[in-house]
Design a protein around this ligand. Structure first.
Ligand SMILES: *Cc1c(COP(=O)(O)O)cnc(C)c1O
Length: 360
């Protein structure tokens, strides 16, 4: 670890990553149509349009740059991660760009589609039997091959520059500039690593915005309980069914002090909301986008009942193609015993009446 990496290689690596960002456009901020008389505007920041299809593209870029400037990544470094999902896909993309070997530790139960996506970008999968074994195994593997454990769950919150530097928050505020309510009343995000909520929460404080941060949490997740009780060792030990968000343990990157409110969202509500998104905007999205929308609807109904105008911004975290055989498949929903029907009704009624009661 103490070995010095070639400075010229690191310089070139940073340039390559910057050049990739330079070739990419900023992600869109879509309008979700609401009845104009409400005086409230809802926006979705479309993170599915990144080259690797999710908001993890930003995280992977930040983790690579962080590792490079910290002298942890050099031309012979083997990169290791614990992820079976979008993070591994994005990291594999950047590793290949730099000509580095990338190994991700995944549970044996990971779907072949996800393995294929990681391998498509040149990543290697290393299997463990149980999900909790991913972390110690990634650490072991990294030290065995004198590599670098990217460790998304620890470093997500600090790898991103919260003051700006083109982070997701700065981009949203710039894109909101010409809107009728340019400073959002609420920003609604989910938490997987907790990095996105930390970035938004810190940014709005630093910029002295009045915007509040709401974090939506799916069933079985530990974040809500931890935020409510202040106990960061709060752990449900249960996996989330909404990919990308909700964790069996509170991850080190979760920063509860910058979260103004947390909302628990039923999984059937999240999965109904992505169907409604498709109906109203034509966009396909993953489950966590549904959780975001459900939370946004809850807060908008509250604003309406309090006679408050304003704007709400949330995220389209990843596209729906990855979920054609799961969230968008009625057979899959039935098999998982998830009934979205009452929630579909609830969402559709909300978009007419502005009422979104907690009960269904
Ligand atoms: C990671 C992820 C999130 C949550 O973002 P964090 O910054 O890790 O909290 C939400 N949705 C999807 C699809 C994700 O992959």
């Amino acid at each position: 670890m103490s070995r010095l990496h070639s400075r010229s290689w690191v310089r070139e690596a940073v340039r390559i990553i910057e050049a990739d960002a330079n070739r990419s456009a900023d992600t869109h901020l879509h309008v979700f149509p609401l009845p104009p008389e409400w005086g409230i505007d809802l926006y979705l920041k479309d993170e599915s349009v990144h080259p690797t299809g999710s908001l993890k593209h930003r995280l992977a870029r930040s983790l690579f740059l962080y590792g490079l400037v910290n002298g942890q990544i050099g031309q012979d470094t083997v990169l290791v991660e614990a992820s079976s999902g979008s993070t591994a896909v994005s990291e594999a993309y950047f590793a290949r760009m730099l000509g580095l070997r990338f190994i991700t530790v995944v549970p044996r139960s990971t779907s072949p589609e996800k393995i294929a996506l990681i391998e498509f970008y040149g990543g290697e999968c290393h299997y463990v039997d149980r999900a909790p074994d991913m972390y110690p195994e990634a650490e072991r593997l990294a030290s065995e091959c004198n590599g670098h454990y990217l460790d998304q769950f620890t470093y997500a919150e600090r790898a991103t520059d919260w003051r700006g530097n083109n982070n997701i928050a700065e981009s949203v505020y710039a894109q909101m500039q010409s809107e009728r309510h340019p400073v959002p009343t609420w920003i609604v995000v989910g938490a997987g690593t907790g990095g996105t909520s930390a970035t938004f929460g810190r940014y709005v404080r630093y910029k002295r915005h009045t915007t509040k941060i709401a974090v939506v949490d799916p069933e079985n997740s530990s974040f809500y309980g931890a935020w409510e009780t202040g106990a960061l060792d709060y752990a449900t030990g249960m996996p989330s069914r909404i990919e990308g968000i909700g964790r069996p343990r509170v991850e080190p990157s979760f920063v509860p002090g910058v979260i103004d409110e947390m909302l628990q969202v039923p999984d059937a509500g999240s999965l109904a909301a992505i169907r409604v998104l498709r109906e109203r905007t034509g966009h396909w999205a993953g489950g966590s986008t549904g959780t975001n929308l459900f939370g946004a609807f809850t807060l908008i109904s509250r604003m309406i009942s309090e006679g408050q105008a304003g704007s709400v911004v949330t995220l389209l975290c990843d596209g729906g193609e990855r979920y054609a055989n799961t969230y968008y498949d009625d057979g899959w929903l039935a098999q998982k015993d998830i009934d979205i029907t009452p929630y579909l009704e609830k969402c559709r009624k909300f978009l007419v009446s502005g009422k979104f009661s907690p009960e269904i």
